[in-house]
Design a protein around this ligand. Structure first.
Ligand code: NAD
Length: 503
């Protein structure tokens, strides 16, 4: 079944890769037989050639999902939940292998894949497995003589498009609630890192999720993604990616007016007030921007420092940034791995040049590391840039280990800066003043705010943004709501209807 067999590398045991499309319960080649190479971001070597889905393959996958829908949507919710709970167990049983796979394909440090990506993936399927039979309709107190009840029904055939920064975890955020609610799925993983999603498809088949319920079609965005977004047989499209692509998805979805859910970019403001616990703020702010090489939509990529503590904070923050251990993602000591692609690394480098051209001061980093052992990989040093609030590096998403630093004098000023980008995804603040914490949290334009912490997520807590960061929510009851439609049923129990047309 697998594309290649398990093997050893000089870094340790590697895993076999599934490389085919998953359609109708089978792993199949693409119709045209073309493939896409997925590269190891540590050294640029080819990890695997993965079958490339094009429009006709997406059509096949939608057909399979359509065929599976009537039975799956009528499968008792408790049974759907049981299968998701089994999947969560299977993921935990394969935790080591999945962590290795994710780190090899994306460049995530293995310690992060082990303690964050894989456990969060399992926990998400478990949460939605448990929720499957707890989403209830309601009875509405209407006029005497009538019964009105509201059913929550699955939306139907759902298209899902996932980016490369957390492919394993994000596919669980999308597939967990969609499956629990009784939808069938065609998911397009990123062309850059599809391996963990294909492995999950194998585990889904093993635990007994019926054929056609989930279909996985790795391919490029402008072919497979575009077809999925415009497909007349798809009833909802759930997209995670850049704001620019999100707009294209909305346009493509217009043909059949499918429902759209968008998780887009961000430019998180991370505010440190003069009364903050500085040591905690330094540590938390480093995690906010440098975890996963800054490739996180919710990264705290704009540091806003009160002028009274700016020097003290920067002293500690720069020392920490310079001490972060860059290295092979499979080395357990590595704290920052490579960026996921050469193209993306070059984009981050370009932003360093832009910062320089705009008069920003690069306080540390700004280029790839000098270490010859990392020369073939897509590495970038942790980069801290002093800049002005309206500079491009403070307004545009860089999506790398790159943080801008600006100072402020008071709450009004910092709120004006924090709320000045078109985005509204996540933001954070550090303070020991309780009233200020709530005041600022409420005033920030964002879907999520963290107080004295950053980037906390949990399957029960709604995740998503406002404005250019998208709409709709993943996680929690909101996600289940987004994957169901309300149907209102009116029953005449004993009402005498007044004659409408007197005869
Ligand atoms: P991207 O928009 O380039 O690609 C995302 C996905 O969309 C990929 O699978 C890609 O193949 C597909 N795609 C590309 N063009 C398409 C098209 N025309 N039609 C349909 N699909 C298409 O984004 P990326 O570079 O892979 O990911 C980084 C971006 O994702 C960042 O902007 C980041 O902020 C955002 N992101 C958002 C969230 C969130 O939850 N809000 C989470 C992670 C990443």
């Amino acid at each position: 079944m697998r594309g290649s067999s398990p093997r050893m590398t000089k870094e340790g045991p590697s895993v076999g890769y599934q490389t085919k499309l998953f359609i109708g319960g089978q792993f199949v080649d693409s119709l045209e037989g073309t493939t896409i190479d997925t590269l190891n971001p540590h050294d640029g070597s080819v990890l695997a050639s993965v079958a490339e889905a094009k429009a006709a393959d997406v059509d096949r996958a939608v057909e399979a999902a359509t065929k599976a829908f009537p039975k799956w949507s009528r499968t008792p919710a408790m049974e759907r939940g049981r299968l998701l709970l089994k999947l969560a167990d299977a993921i935990e049983a394969k935790a080591e292998e999945l962590a290795l796979l994710e780190s090899t394909d994306t460049g995530h440090p293995i310690k992060d894949s082990k303690i964050l990506d894989v456990p969060r993936t399992a926990v998400t399927y478990r949460y939605f497995g448990g929720m499957a039979d707890k989403v209830q309709g309601s009875v509405v107190p209407v006029e005497a003589g009538f019964l009105n009840y509201v059913l929550r029904e699955p939306v139907g055939i759902v298209g899902q498009i996932v980016p490369w920064n957390f492919p394993l975890m994000f596919s669980s955020w999308k597939m967990g609630p969609a499956l629990a609610a009784g939808n069938t799925i065609v998911l397009k993983p990123t062309e850059l890192a599809p391996l963990s999603t294909l492995r999950i498809a194998e585990l889904m088949a093993e635990v007994g999720i019926p054929e056609g319920v989930v279909n996985i079609v790795p391919g490029f965005g402008w072919t497979a993604g575009q077809r999925l977004a415009e497909h007349p047989g798809v009833h909802k499209i759930a997209f995670t990616g850049s704001t620019a692509t999100g707009r294209k998805v909305v346009e493509a979805s217009a043909g059949n007016l499918k429902r759209v859910q968008l998780e887009l970019g961000g430019k998180g403001a991370n505010i440190v007030f003069e009364d903050a616990n500085i040591k905690a703020a330094i540590n938390g702010s480093a995690f906010a921007i440098f975890h996963n090489q800054g490739q996180a939509c919710i990264a705290g990529s704009r540091l806003l420092l009160h002028e009274k503590i700016a020097d003290e904070f920067l002293d500690g923050f720069l020392t920490l940034a310079k001490s972060i251990r860059l290295g092979n993602p499979l080395d357990p000591k590595t704290e920052m791995g490579p960026l996921t692609s050469a193209q993306h690394r070059d984009r981050v480098k370009t932003y360093c040049q832009i910062a320089h051209q705009e008069g920003g001061e690069i306080l540390t980093g700004g280029q790839p590391p000098a270490d010859a052992a990392l020369a073939k990989g897509y590495y970038m040093q942790p980069t801290v840039v002093r800049a002005q609030p309206d500079d491009r590096v403070c307004m545009e998403e860089v999506f790398g280990p790159f943080v801008s630093v600006t100072t402020f004098k008071n709450e009004d000023e910092v709120l004006a800066i924090a709320n000045r980008t078109p985005y509204g995804l996540g933001g954070g603040l550090w303070t020991t003043n309780l009233q200020r914490a709530h005041r600022i949290a409420q005033a920030m334009i964002a879907g999520m705010v963290w107080v004295n912490c950053y980037k906390r997520v949990n399957p029960g807590s709604p995740f998503g943004g406002v404005r250019a960061s998208g709409y709709g929510r993943e996680m929690g009851f909101e996600a289940m709501h987004d994957y169901t439609e309300a149907k209102s049923v009116w029953v005449n129990v004993d009402a005498q209807l007044p004659p409408w047309y007197p005869r």
